[in-house]
Design a protein around this ligand. Structure first.
Ligand SMILES: Cc1cc2nc3c(=O)[nH]c(=O)nc-3n(C[C@H](O)[C@H](O)[C@H](O)COP(=O)(O)O)c2cc1C
Length: 210
């Protein structure tokens, strides 16, 4: 996959090929980090929990390596999702883009990066506004006697300086999600289009009934 055509509204005609569809959604994923209007910029991360039904929450797509089919997001290493991913690294990433009317249900294998070179590189590219949340003195999800803003209260609306923000590095984790398969669904007046793309082993693609 050397180059990706810019995505357009999907085509449900019989001439649409699986390759065409695959190139389009990978192109849209690749450009999503930093594109506010791109529905794939945020996604639902679904993890397995040990004490109940699967857990789900929104995260931001931070980087895409389309060649290796790796999707990155960032989180606090003390968060509940990190504990779940340590035990159950196979997770689901669910995307929905309103403009192209495309849902992607991605089965992934998550790899946590905390104190290594990939995490350093992701942290270096993280701006102070995002770093601010990693300055939290309180563990994510821990009970609090009063509302807690998620960073030292004295910061208020101010951004930390680059130097101040470095304290957040100790709490930062970058998560690399290698895509194992994608269930693609496109809604359209002329019909729905559904297909599965498998990457676990030799890549395979197959049409599915919606
Ligand atoms: C639009 C949106 C984007 C979010 N992005 C992230 C993110 O990139 N990383 C993250 O850890 N939490 C993010 N959150 C917060 C999570 O959804 C979640 O509430 C928090 O991380 C705690 O999740 P956990 O207890 O399952 O670990 C985001 C929330 C929203 C609403």
């Amino acid at each position: 996959m050397d180059s990706f055509p810019k995505s357009t509204v999907s085509d449900t005609s019989v001439h649409t090929t699986l390759t065409h569809i695959e190139q389009k959604f990978w192109a849209q994923l690749a450009s999503a980090p930093g594109e506010k209007e791109n529905g794939f910029q945020t996604l639902t991360l679904v993890t397995q929990s040990d004490d109940g039904p699967p857990d789900a929450r929104m995260v931001v797509l931070r980087q895409v390596d389309a060649e290796r089919r790796v999707l990155w997001f960032h989180t606090d290493r003390r968060a509940g999702k990190v504990a779940q991913l340590r035990v159950h690294p196979v997770a689901t990433l669910l995307f929905w883009d309103r403009t192209t009317q495309v849902q992607l249900r991605c089965r992934v294998k998550a790899q946590l990066h905390t104190d290594d070179a990939p995490a350093d590189a992701q942290w270096a590219a993280t701006w102070e506004g995002s770093r601010k949340m990693y300055l939290s003195e309180q563990e994510p999800g821990s009970p609090q006697p009063e509302p807690y803003p998620g960073f030292p209260r004295e910061l208020g609306e101010r951004l930390p300086t680059r130097d101040e923000s470095e304290a957040g590095r100790a709490n930062f984790a970058a998560v690399a999600c290698t895509v194992l398969s994608i269930d693609y669904l496109n809604l359209g007046r002329a019909g729905q289009t559904r297909a599965r793309f498998s990457y676990d082993g030799d890549p395979e693609a197959i049409w599915l009934a919606p």
